[in-house]
Design a protein around this ligand. Structure first.
Ligand code: NAP
Length: 465
């Protein structure tokens, strides 16, 4: 059954006169991204044997406002799918509208809704159609592994579990990712209290998003993935084995959202001081420096934020930065500059940690003159960026020179191997968040990436099923 296009009110009227069929109408617009996503799903439903009792038509919402008003459709957003019944009498009003099927959704969801409506309206679907849909929903769900539980992974999990995909989130050893080591999140839209004018705390936000995903059926595993193995299932389709130290499970698709980890300075002998006066997470360890002098290394937003945070405990916080220009945003920099407990040491870098059992001082080198000096302090926090967490992947996927994974959206047109922007060169493996984004690295951009990766995964699974 091919899809017809209804171009105007007259054509709709003519159909109402000529047809006594059930029609699924797709109200769409050319500019609408979600409408484009739904187009192949709509096409596949129209070709499905089990829905041969239905006919399918598309109506351009923007070109047909009159039609919508005249026949009593309520189209508040697009895409919107509507099941109607014509009576071959030329009349059409709201009583011919059987139900609104909703907007963006998986093929499984739409099939189920159509089957249910068919049952309720005594439309004859084949037994197979009903069984297929039942099985799809309850037994043969496609399985998706999400590796990582920061904003990208958890957002992906909300989308895949809502799309009725059997979703497993590998939380890693730091559930919630980097945001759980931060304090207040002021720039995540909606996570803000209008009375106190404060954002949510990072750990609270992440645990809320995890609960949201679990509410839709996602399962969480508190373990770190040690390897991802690509194979084929008995039908010759991609199959992925995700291994942790304690488990081994198979999936139909994988979203890698393993994020990035704090970078250390790389100074000889630094390992011995990690956790003993040398830290990468102020929120985790700042508490231990009540009344002490601490340094933060770096000139980005993280160092400004952590410096401000540390002033809650420390008597003095020194920002050590290797130049006089800052990557930090103006607002964060000014906040640090205006804090009386914060001092700036510019054109300096740490070249040595000194101390017996813990850091007692650092040797600083002037980045202009090379001159060295000893600087006594109680603790050093680094905030100099992150390394993407990709070791468990070996050489499976393409990485840039900094080790970040490269999604198809960043590959030149002629070298692309997939039409899905968050796909990788391995079919069925998608990426999202800080593990592939070294430019924006915001919770909200990571969440957006997670959404894109999940929608790509869903579409790809539909395509190969
Ligand atoms: P960043 O912006 O990349 O800044 C890293 C800083 O570390 C730079 O000043 C860099 O110096 C310095 N650095 C790097 N390697 C160094 C080394 N080996 N020795 C000494 N200094 C070194 O990283 P970030 O501050 O972690 O921020 C990452 C992203 O997260 C940014 O997009 C940021 O806006 C965002 N963020 C936002 C918030 C917020 O809005 N609440 C909070 C935190 C982070 P140079 O400048 O000289 O290269």
């Amino acid at each position: 059954m091919s899809i017809i296009k209804i171009n105007n009110t007259q054509e709709f009227q003519d159909l109402a006169k000529a047809s006594s069929d059930y029609f699924v109408l797709d109200f769409y617009a050319d500019w609408c991204g979600p409408c484009k996503i739904m187009t192949p799903i709509f096409e596949r439903l129209s070709l499905a044997q089990e829905f041969s009792e239905f006919k399918f038509a598309k109506i351009d919402r923007d070109q047909n406002i009159d039609l919508i008003d005249t026949f009593g459709f309520h189209i508040k957003s697009i895409p919107q799918f509507v099941l109607v019944k014509f009576n071959a009498d030329g009349n059409f009003s709201e009583i011919n509208i059987i139900d609104y099927l909703g907007g963006t959704q998986s093929k499984t969801d739409m099939s189920l809704k159509l089957s249910e409506l068919a049952l309720n309206n005594n439309i004859n679907l084949t037994e197979t159609a009903l069984n297929n849909n039942h099985n799809n929903m309850h037994e043969n769900k496609q399985k998706v592994a999400i590796i990582g539980s920061g904003p990208s992974g958890l957002t992906a999990a909300i989308y895949t579990s809502r799309a009725q995909l059997d979703t497993t989130i590998y939380l890693g050893l730091q559930p919630g990712g980097q945001l759980t080591t931060t304090t207040e999140i002021e720039n995540f839209p909606g996570a803000w209290n209008p009375e106190t004018k404060e954002g949510m705390m990072g750990p609270d936000l992440m645990s809320l998003i995890q609960k949201q995903a679990e509410n839709f059926g996602a399962k969480s595993i508190l373990d770190q993935v040690t390897s991802l193995i690509v194979g084929k299932n008995t039908y010759g389709k991609p199959e992925f084995t995700v291994k942790t130290s304690a488990s081994e499970s198979k999936f139909d698709a994988v979203i890698i959202a393993s994020g990035a980890s704090a970078r250390y300075l790389g100074i000889e002998g630094e390992e011995k001081f990690i956790g003993k006066g040398y830290h990468s997470c102020a929120t985790c360890d700042g508490f231990f420096y009540r009344g002490k002098t601490v340094a933060i290394v770096g000139g980005g937003d993280s160092s400004m934020e952590e410096a401000n945070f540390l002033t809650k405990f420390a008597k003095k916080v020194v920002i050590i930065h290797r130049r006089a220009e800052f990557r930090a945003s103006k607002i964060m920099l000014e906040r640090a500059q205006n804090n009386p407990k914060i001092e700036f040491l510019l054109f300096k870098k740490i070249v040595e940690f000194n101390g017996d059992k813990k850091v007692e001082s650092v040797t600083l080198e002037d980045t202009k003159t090379g001159e060295k000096s000893d600087f006594p302090l109680d603790g050093v926090f680094v905030a100099i960026g992150h390394n993407p967490n990709t070791e468990f992947l070996g050489d499976l996927l393409d990485k840039d020179n900094a080790g970040y994974l490269i999604p198809q959206s960043r590959i030149p047109q002629d070298l692309k191997t997939s039409k899905y922007s968050m796909a990788t060169k391995v079919e069925g493996v998608f990426v999202a968040g800080d593990v592939e984004d070294k430019t924006y690295r915001q919770a909200i951009t990571a969440a957006g990436d997670g959404c894109r990766a999940a929608m790509d995964t869903e579409k790809w699974l539909e395509e190969i099923s």
